[in-house]
Design a protein around this ligand. Structure first.
Ligand code: SAM
Ligand code: SF4
Ligand code: SF4
Length: 376
């Protein structure tokens, strides 16, 4: 039998050329999509590379030595990222999350943070700048990141048992080094620190209680994320998802919890706190409880394509406008407004309304972009 090989790298390049409206309207800071969702968060992927091979994100069978990562020349430069961010901020973005791939692999990331930290919202407020990292390089870089203007950090850690964690990251990386990264981040004043744990039933669900116990009373907010069917390579199966409702039951058995209000509209995590004052945790029910209704997040891929949903298979090529050289900021701003105003994505909601094995109309599972490419 001849197997058909799908060249993943080629598919990543599929993107629409943005339309520049004939009438350029000045940004009002209040852009709404077709479902009245504002544009508030921008996630920027600064590299598609990573030194981990978490099976739910970059399985090593696919992301191996033959995998075609993006060449350096394809990546948005820091100047290009800053120019686009400024445009997004004028449209209402107040929160920036740098991600990837592993963002700390991008050389001189602190220079980019310094450039972004100098931007302000139309009302003069500083931007809320954060970073999601596997923390492998955090101990080394935390001080420089803080000095450059980074305020806080989210660290991914899927368990405290070394054997479980090494298996999940698939590069034999030890838990102790991640904990060291968290400790140094705390020391230099990156706060609050959040820890994300992706829960895969049968793989690391035995780590839920030890993780909760470890981070209780530490000031760190632990957030449990349902394993998602993002991308096209992780071999996702529903039976490996542990619904947050069940996770909360397990947690409550050890530590009584009570629900608390969201910090802001569109927050992805549901917040809970320990009744005995031991701090706060969050659950992100991306699979079992869709939160598309409040989704105010745009994602800028490593090579400058704008994605309107984590489950999209096509982006909008903003880099083409930047590199053409003939488009003004006003024109690019109008193109961004046009794209957001046409947004109707709500993949998780649509999927939740379908039987488990049905696919969402208009979503091409085999062509969905990878999380490491558009950023989590
Ligand atoms: N490398 C960095 C890290 O791991 O923190 C940043 C990029 S990573 C793609 C961002 C977040 O996405 C991480 O917290 C990771 O655990 C999460 N993630 C990746 N694949 C996922 C999946 N299939 N389901 C749920 N979360 C996932
Ligand atoms: Fe790398 Fe983060 Fe993906 Fe793990 S989740 S493979 S650390 S990008
Ligand atoms: Fe937002 Fe898409 Fe996730 Fe819905 S499925 S919450 S629209 S990223």
């Amino acid at each position: 039998m001849i197997e058909k090989v799908i060249p993943l790298a080629d598919l990543r390049y599929a993107a629409r050329m943005p339309h520049i409206p004939a009438q350029l309207q000045a940004p009002t800071g209040m852009l709404a999509d077709t479902l009245s969702r504002p544009l508030h968060d921008l996630r920027i992927s600064v590299t598609d590379r990573c030194n981990f091979r978490c099976s739910y994100c970059m399985p090593s069978e696919v992301f191996n030595k033959d995998y075609a990562f993006l060449p350096q020349s394809s990546l948005l430069s820091f100047e290009e990222i800053t120019r686009l961010t400024k445009i997004f901020v004028a449209h209402g973005v107040e929160k920036i999350r740098l991600t990837g791939g592993e963002p700390l692999l991008r050389k001189h990331l602190e220079v980019l943070i310094g450039m972004l930290a100098r931007l302000t919202t139309p009302s003069g407020k500083p931007l809320d700048i954060t970073l999601t990292t596997n923390a492998s390089l955090l101990a080394k870089k935390a001080q420089a990141l803080k000095d450059a203007g980074l305020q806080r950090v989210t660290v991914s850690l899927d368990g405290l048992d070394d054997a479980v964690f090494r298996r999940m990251n698939d590069v034999d990386f030890p838990v102790a080094d991640v904990l060291k990264g968290i400790e140094v981040a705390h020391k230099v004043g990156l706060a609050p620190i959040k820890v994300n744990m992706v829960v895969k039933r049968g793989t690391n669900d035995a780590e839920i209680l030890p993780m909760a116990r470890h981070f209780r009373n530490s000031g760190v907010v632990l957030r449990f994320i349902e394993y998602m069917d993002v991308g096209a390579t992780n071999g996702w199966r529903m039976d490996e998802v542990l619904p947050s409702a069940q996770l909360l039951e397990r947690l409550q058995a050890g530590f009584p919890l009570e629900a608390i209000d969201a910090n802001y509209t569109g927050e992805t995590a549901e917040r809970w706190r320990y009744r005995d004052g031991g701090g706060e945790i969050g659950v992100i029910s991306s699979v079992t409880k869709a939160f598309c209704g409040d989704c105010n997040r745009a994602r800028l891929s490593t090579e400058g394509k704008l994605f309107l949903c984590l489950f999209a298979s096509q982006g909008h090529d903003l880099r083409a406008l930047l590199r053409d050289g003939s488009y003004s900021d006003e024109q690019i701003s109008a193109a961004v407004a046009h794209i957001w105003q046409g947004r109707s994505d709500r993949y998780s909601e649509l999927r939740a309304a379908l039987p488990p094995d049905a696919s969402v109309p208009g979503s091409d599972g085999a062509r969905r972009v990878e999380m490491s490419y558009i950023g989590g």
